[in-house]
Design a binder for this molecule. Sequence first.
Ligand SMILES: NC(=O)c1ccc[n+]([C@@H]2O[C@H](COP(=O)([O-])OP(=O)(O)OC[C@H]3O[C@@H](n4cnc5c(N)ncnc54)[C@H](OP(=O)(O)O)[C@@H]3O)[C@@H](O)[C@H]2O)c1
Length: 244
Amino acid sequence: MNKTILITGASTGIGAATARTLAEGNTVFVHYNSSEQPAREVANEVGAAGGTAHLVQADVTTEEGCTQLVNELKTKTSRLDVLVNNAGGLIRRNPIGDRLEWELMEETFRLNTFSTMLITSLCLPLLKNGSDPCVINLSSIAARHGAPSATIYGACKGAVDTFTRGAAAELAPDIRVNAVAPGVIDTPFHEKVSTPERMKQFAEKCPLKRNGSPDHIAATVRFVLENDFLTGETIDVNGGLFMR
Ligand SMILES: NC(=O)c1ccc[n+]([C@@H]2O[C@H](COP(=O)([O-])OP(=O)(O)OC[C@H]3O[C@@H](n4cnc5c(N)ncnc54)[C@H](OP(=O)(O)O)[C@@H]3O)[C@@H](O)[C@H]2O)c1
């Protein structure tokens, strides 16, 4: 493909799978925050698959972190074809009835929503130099239906969906902007926020009777980037857990 691609949060889970899926023939910026060793392994896998990998570290929960990330990118490339805003997470569960914590609300929005919006904006000069440039944001099934105790997170991803449509309208026809909304995917995301019992219950509730793998989402990211008539869309990949 010969694309230049930035994947935020590519050290583990969906971001890592996306880096592997898009590796061949492409230059992939593998962003991470704290998981340096896993990120190095992903970069090695990108190289082994016939791609070129660059590691880039930043905490995207701050304006400085997002700016530092894009500034570093600009020292290594003058163009970007694909931006995957994948870094994110639930942080911790907080039922509304327990009183919502202001700091958690802020932190969750910074991680999932503010970073997506600011990094997209900061990358525009690079994307404008790209070929069929596109932005792909990671949303969630939590934005689609009520996700008890993950309501803050769901609201953050709802904002990501709205941002996706707004940016798609604003940046057309030059840059496509879409989102992918995974269902329950077996990644390190759930290690701190979902017990094995809860994961089993998710799988039982799912019509396909299983949780998804990061590769299911990476394949969808690839589909979105390859379909040049797609913009402003959020694609659900959830085994039927949410149907519309
Ligand atoms: N797994 C699911 O069931 C599921 C469902 C719906 C949506 N999603 C969404 O899919 C995306 C990927 O999730 P995942 O399941 O692959 O989770 P994951 O394995 O926990 O990966 C999260 C990634 O985000 C990065 N990250 C976390 N905090 C960061 C920070 N402060 N600054 C920069 N990067 C940070 C992590 O980097 P380090 O480890 O290097 O710090 C890691 O690479 C997220 O946006 C998530 O909300 C996941």
